[in-house]
Write a protein that binds this ligand. Structure first.
Ligand SMILES: C[C@H](O)[C@H](O)[C@H]1CNC2=NC(N)=NC(=O)C2=N1
Length: 112
């Protein structure tokens, strides 16, 4: 398990600091397939995963749902034929928190 995936999520509240630019860079190095996207001025972490059919994309979606429920932190998941897109951000701070990078790393692990 990667260092990030194995880190514990920190309790998050609306005054929690978002990750700064240098932290963002350092975490992204551990998540080479993830991209930062900006929707309505909110930074989010996004990755699409390919599968051989809808059933496999859906099974992965369920595994991501389980890690989200365990952590109490929830992504937007879009499931299509052969493809699942996962987007993480922290609603409470309208941006990226360390927890989003931890959950992205755990997402990578349940894709394997
Ligand atoms: C009350 C509850 O803990 C919060 O609403 C949690 C639930 N899941 C969450 N998920 C995400 N991605 N961001 C949040 O800020 C968030 N908040």
């Amino acid at each position: 398990m990667s260092l990030l995936a194995n880190s514990a999520c920190k309790p998050c509240h609306k005054n929690a600091p978002p990750v700064n630019a240098s932290e963002r860079q350092a975490y992204l190095e551990q998540l080479p397939e993830w991209r930062i996207v900006e929707h309505d001025g909110i930074m989010k972490l996004s990755r699409s995963f390919s599968f051989r059919d809808f059933a496999n994309a859906l099974a992965f979606t369920q595994r991501v749902g389980e890690i989200a429920e365990q952590a109490g932190h929830h992504p937007v998941i879009t499931t299509e034929w052969g493809k699942t897109t996962v987007v993480w951000w922290t609603h409470q701070i309208n941006g990226l928190h360390l927890n989003d990078f931890i959950l992205a790393a755990r997402t990578d692990e349940v894709a394997e």
